[in-house]
Design a protein around this ligand. Structure first.
Ligand code: NAI
Length: 328
């Protein structure tokens, strides 16, 4: 039998945690033949709730789940971790300025980056879900100088999946008929879901849809503001869909993208497409043997250029702000 893979999940007692842990334990993160050991990290006040979730995980009698440990100390929680899902974050509360938000999250993701640096397994792969995800990932990455920078990623897969869903309805095709969807930039309202490189039956999605007004004034804002629409409808933020996207992200990273397709991941820029080197920005990426690669050489028209630049500028501002705060 295979050695279990150690998966650390932060914010385990939160709503995404509740939607995520059961599916990790049932084989949806790494594959139906890979045993997992869960390491849950919570703040002290939420440890009891995490223990309750662990009781339920026990009660599912998942054959792949080989153990659960719960921590309120990051250094211990990341010890030996092969995969880390950084879900717990400080949410924006009323009256909070962006600087305050970045600072509060720096207080979480800085120490977690250090803990990963100190004790995670050599093959550690990190996915940051907690918002502001790209910049939190940047903070963690900069605090983990001994870990290769490409192991730190942030989640735009939910945006990617939302884009697939919206486009499939509009074009009257299934989501599996759509290839090469891309989310560019920041996981925020400035993100750019790109239909000029997405393909349906070998033609670009923009061409298939043939409706620039819909693309600009319905599709892009619907995808970018979907999180707010979910809160409005559900009275709580996206949780099951966010968890599902986190599973997709790691699963694709580990098991590879299909031939003729790619995915969206926020990864450390190498300067491609004019995105400043070092920023953690969403790109079209292919994955193979547990490594990602930015898809190169796509032609970017003027419309897309403007959208990508706007989102990347926001990321650069966030980076400068956390730099001034001494967080990176
Ligand atoms: P939640 O508030 O239900 O749960 C967050 C949990 O994190 C809480 O149990 C809290 O105690 C814990 N936590 C806080 N600080 C922590 C720390 N230092 N260490 C460990 N745990 C800590 O929130 P929910 O709904 O589960 O969302 C989690 C995060 O995911 C939020 O930041 C949210 O904005 C983000 N998110 C990101 C998405 C994306 O597409 N990237 C999509 C949806 C949500």
């Amino acid at each position: 039998t295979r050695t279990p893979v150690s998966v650390t999940v932060t914010g385990a007692a939160g709503q995404i945690g509740y939607a995520l842990l059961f599916r990790i334990a049932s084989g949806h993160l790494l594959g139906a033949d890979v045993p997992v050991k869960l390491r849950l990290l919570e703040i002290p006040q939420a440890v009891k709730a995490a223990e309750g979730t662990a009781m339920e995980l026990d009660d599912c009698a998942f054959p792949l789940l080989s153990g659960i440990d719960i921590f309120d100390d990051a250094t211990k929680a990341f010890e030996g971790a092969n995969v880390a899902l950084l879900v717990g974050a400080r949410p924006r509360t009323k009256g909070m300025e962006r600087g305050d938000l970045l600072e509060a999250n720096g207080g979480i993701f800085g120490p977690q980056g250090k803990a990963i640096n100190a004790g995670a397994a050599d093959d550690i792969k990190v996915l940051v879900v907690g918002n502001p995800a790209n910049t939190n990932a940047l903070i963690a990455q900069r605090n983990a100088p001994d870990v290769p920078a490409e192991r730190f990623t942030a989640m735009t897969r939910l945006d990617h999946n939302r884009a697939l869903a919206q486009l499939s309805k509009k074009a009257g095709v299934t989501v599996s008929d759509i290839k090469k969807m891309t989310i560019w930039g920041n996981h925020s309202a400035t993100q750019y879901p790109d239909l000029f490189h997405a393909e349906i039956g070998g033609r670009t999605a923009a061409e298939v849809v043939g409706d620039q007004d819909w693309l600009e004034n319905t599709f892009i804002p619907t995808v970018a503001k979907r999180g707010a629409a979910i809160i409005e409808a559900r009275g709580a933020s996206s949780a099951a869909s966010a968890a599902s996207a986190a599973l997709d992200h790691v699963n694709t990273w580990v098991n590879g993208t299909a031939e003729g397709d790619w995915t969206s991941m926020a990864v450390v820029s190498d300067g491609s497409y004019g995105v400043p080197e070092g920023l953690i920005s969403s790109f079209p990426v292919t994955t193979r043997d547990g490594e990602w690669e930015i898809v190169k050489g796509l032609e970017i028209d003027e419309f897309s250029r403007g959208r990508i630049d706007a989102s990347v500028n926001e990321l650069a501002e966030e980076r400068d702000a956390v730099g001034k705060l001494g967080l990176i």
